[in-house]
Design a protein around this ligand. Structure first.
Ligand SMILES: [Zn+2]
Length: 71
């Protein structure tokens, strides 16, 4: 499963489902961005903590991805 379609001239805004905060706005989600999401989710979702080595799917289940047009 690819969490984001590979669409040119689009950015993806990734927001936390828990608090609604936009965490990153990126062309592609790569390890550094995923680490940002993981850090936030560990701090934010205290009631449902992430496992020590979360799968990408477990992280993506806790965020909302929206495509935005590049300015
Ligand atoms: Zn949050």
């Amino acid at each position: 499963m690819q969490p984001m379609p590979d669409t040119p001239n689009r950015l993806f805004e990734v927001a936390c489902k828990g608090c609604g905060q936009v965490l990153v706005t990126v062309e592609h989600l790569r390890d550094p961005e995923i680490a940002v999401l993981e850090d936030h989710l560990r701090a934010c979702c205290q009631s449902e903590p992430l496992p020590d080595a979360p799968l990408l799917g477990e992280i993506m289940a806790r965020v909302r991805v929206a495509a935005v047009d590049r300015a």
